[in-house]
Structures are given as structure tokens and as C-alpha cells.
Write a protein that binds this ligand. Structure first.
Ligand code: GRF
Length: 216
């Protein structure tokens, strides 16, 4: 079966990109990364892509007059790569509604909280302040509303009494590194169907395909 062609958009260190690259290097994995794009020329993730032999491209937001022009350039670069799916992996720019609509159901993001809790930035600090006992991460489809699209996979992690922002962030990051490749695998296998706000995972022998609790 043809592998799903994927573009990954990054802005920084690219640890999620790395686990996606590693997954795609496994025999039989149903997706392959055809291009890594960054809005930051010095993003470390670009080195990771080069090491894996994946083509990279920098589209610097600063060189465009406004968001629409930047997003149009991104869109053109992605289409030129032949990608069928776009994965945001630590991409720190808000995309315009037009971009999200153009890639409807073909644009996914990883967010470091159990959505719909803690949309936006500083999720670990806010989780600690709120006193939640479970925190986690979410892979979801992107819609024009921030961090609001249909949820594909989630993982929960415990919040421990001694946690600070860093320790909680690293526990969540380890979970991110498990769920992003899982979500990409499910999409690549054609098992992800969007039904209104709800994602249904089809053909699974196991009903837990979209839920991971790493401490369980
Ligand atoms: C991750 O925590 C991701 O959830 C968030 O940005 C961070 C990116 O980390 N969207 P990395 O660049 O993948 O290491």
C-alpha cells in the first residue's frame, strides 16, 4: 500500500519530529515524511531532518507582510512537496482560518494538555496552578479555533506532589513521543474518521486505540 506523504512543520528543537522520523523509518509504517518546514532558520529540528535524509525548507514568517502572505507561502511549499497530511510539531505560529480550512481533516497538531483543558500556552504551569491530578497531551485535527479540533489520541500522566513545571513537562513530553507516532499510524492506516466533532477509530480490534495512559 502507498505510504501517506507527510509534511512536518516545526519551529524549534523537534523532539516530536524525531519520533515521527523514527516511526517512519520502521518497516511497514504507513506514512513517510516528504518535507520538514520551519519558520525559524536555526530550528534544531532541521538538523534532525537532514540527518534522516528528509528535505527541509525554511519559510521565515518575518519576510512576509502579514499572516495571510506567510500562510500562502507555506501552503505553496507544502503542496509542492506532494504532502497529503500536515503535522504541526512545535510550530509556534498561529495559522489563519483560511489555511486551516484548506487543510481540513488533513492538518494535525500535538498539544501538551488533555484538551479541552488548558488550550493555549504555558499548559504545565496552568495545570499545576489548577491543582489537577491528571494532565497529559492530545493529538487533534486543527480547525480555525485554537486547540479546538477533533481529538485523535490522548495520553494522561499523573501530576505528582513534588512536580514543578520542568518535571511535569518532561513527563508529558515522554507521553507526546508515544502518541504522535500512534496517531500518525492510525491516520496512515486509514482508520481515522471524523464524525462531526468526534474522531472514530475504525477497524480496531481494540477499543482503546486512541487512549494511552503510560502509567497504567
Ligand atoms: C511540545 O510540547 C508540543 O506539544 C508543543 O510544543 C512542544 C514542541 O516540542 N506543541 P518539540 O519541538 O517537538 O521538542
Amino acid at each position: 500500500m502507498a505510504r501517506l506523504k507527510v509534511a512536518v512543520l516545526i519551529s524549534g528543537r523537534g523532539s516530536n519530529l524525531q519520533v515521527l522520523l523514527d516511526a517512519c523509518a520502521q518497516p511497514g509504517f504507513p506514512a513517510k515524511i516528504v518535507r520538514v518546514l520551519s519558520n525559524q532558520p536555526d530550528a534544531y529540528g532541521l538538523e534532525r531532518a537532514k540527518r534522516a535524509g528528509v528535505a527541509t525548507e525554511v519559510v521565515e514568517h518575518r519576510q512576509f507582510a502579514d499572516r495571510e502572505a506567510f500562510d500562502a507561502a507555506l501552503d505553496a511549499a507544502i503542496r509542492q512537496s506532494g504532502a497529503e497530511l500536515v503535522c504541526l510539531a512545535g510550530f509556534m505560529r498561529l495559522l489563519t482560518p483560511g489555511f486551516a480550512e484548506a487543510w481540513d481533516n488533513r492538518l494535525v497538531n500535538i498539544h501538551p494538555s488533555l484538551l479541552p483543558s488548558f488550550k493555549g500556552l504555558h499548559t504545565h504551569r496552568r495545570a499545576l496552578e489548577a491543582g489537577v491530578k491528571l494532565h497529559g497531551c492530545t493529538v487533534h485535527f486543527v480547525t480555525p479555533e485554537l486547540d479546538d479540533g477533533p481529538i485523535i489520541v490522548q495520553a494522561a500522566v499523573p501530576v505528582l506532589a513534588e512536580d514543578d513545571e520542568d518535571s511535569l513537562a518532561s513527563r508529558v513530553l515522554a507521553a507526546e513521543h508515544r502518541i504522535y507516532p500512534l496517531a500518525l499510524k492510525l491516520i496512515g492506516e486509514g482508520r481515522v474518521r471524523v464524525d462531526g466533532r468526534v474522531v472514530r477509530i475504525t477497524d480496531g480490534a481494540d477499543g482503546m486505540a486512541s487512549l494511552l495512559n503510560p502509567s497504567g
